[in-house]
Design a protein around this ligand. Structure first.
Ligand SMILES: *Cc1c(COP(=O)(O)O)cnc(C)c1O
Length: 337
């Protein structure tokens, strides 16, 4: 795997920290839990989309684009980071917001929504769940072209093979840090949504022959559907890299912590967000990393891991949306201690 062949912008200075979580590990009384702090990636507020955008925006600039177009949910971290990258590069951004929960988009909402406005979104409109998002982006691209501009469209979550390279790069970063810090991981846990993070990480680990199993924790889809999505994208990413394809059996994406649906709070998520904040001073988010951590905690409680095993939790970011969910997060009925 040689990622240096691909044009890339750099939005983070060096590696993100790889750290132990001794207080969480002690509180759970299970394996030795570590964290990869991709919540500390560059661009406004950090998070996993920054790694994907390094490759996607490099291609947009190479093509001479002046406007980025993308899609996301009302509290989309991907939309926030696309805007941040665009601002830094002097590009405009147009957003299409998919209302996955009917009525959930409010122009004056807090969290990421406020940041869309602050970072100068050029156009934003909400469409209902089930809308053909590719067709909507094509409509916006036509508007830009008709006005003499040059559009570049980015799929939801930046999850195509080019974007997923960001997480193949993260796999290499984790292996370098693992060697440098003399810590060998037995397992990696990651949130699995539009699948680019999970797929890219898997493609990178397989390319490096790392031998570390990955468990994805779904935030939206049933297990088999999500595993199919992750596998297809991991194979396409490996093809782009010219490396061996991950096997279908390498893909695990558990759906036990989705709860009632995408972005809808669960008591396990609230407990996980509060526990990490109190035990480690680490801020998770309600939609992705909070549910992924609820999954990790649940797996520990089920006895999935042996004592002494080292488990790496990939923190994909998202804390800028916390304030939009204050009512759910501070409800004392959910207070674990
Ligand atoms: C988008 C996102 C994810 C999921 O990553 P995918 O590549 O879409 O699967 C996880 N965590 C956060 C905070 C995100 O914004």
């Amino acid at each position: 795997m040689n990622l240096a062949h691909f044009p890339r912008r750099r939005y983070t200075d060096g590696f993100t920290p790889l750290e132990p979580l001794p207080r969480l590990s002690a509180a759970l009384g299970g394996p030795d839990i570590w964290i990869k702090r991709d919540d500390l990636l560059g661009l406004a507020g950090g998070g996993n989309k920054t790694r994907k955008l390094e490759f996607l925006v490099a291609e947009a600039l190479h093509q001479g684009a002046d406007t980025l177009i993308t899609v996301g949910a009302p509290q989309s971290n991907h939309c926030r980071l696309t805007l941040a990258a665009a601002a830094k590069e002097g590009l405009k951004t147009r957003l299409i917001i998919e209302e996955r929960v009917p009525g959930s988009y409010a122009a004056d909402a807090l969290g990421n929504n406020l940041l869309f406005d602050l970072m100068g979104v050029a156009a934003i409109r909400a469409v209902p769940l089930g809308t053909d998002l590719a067709a909507e982006m094509a409509r916006d691209a036509d508007i830009v072209t008709a006005a003499g501009g040059r559009p570049y469209s980015i799929v939801g979550g930046g999850s195509n093979p080019l974007g997923a390279l960001g997480y193949a790069a993260c796999a290499a970063e984790i292996m370098a840090q693992s060697f440098d810090q003399a810590v060998a991981f037995d397992h990696i846990i990651v949130a699995s949504g539009s699948a680019g993070t999970h797929a890219g990480l898997l493609a990178g680990l397989v390319a490096l022959n790392a031998g570390i199993p990955v468990t994805g924790i779904n935030v939206r889809r049933p297990q088999a559907e999500q595993e199919g999505n992750v596998h297809r994208l991991a194979v396409a990413t490996a093809e782009l890299l010219g490396t061996p394809a991950p096997a279908r059996g390498d893909v695990v994406a558990l759906a036990d912590w989705v709860g009632p649906g995408y972005s809808l709070p669960t008591s396990e998520m609230v407990a996980a967000v509060r526990l990490l904040a109190r035990q480690e001073g680490v801020l998770l988010d309600p939609v992705y990393s909070g549910k992924a951590m609820a999954g990790l905690i649940g797996l520990v409680q089920r006895g999935t891991f042996k004592p002494g095993e080292r488990i790496l939790f990939l923190h994909t970011g998202g804390s800028p949306s916390l304030h939009a969910y204050a009512g759910n997060l501070r409800n004392p009925a959910y207070n674990p201690a």
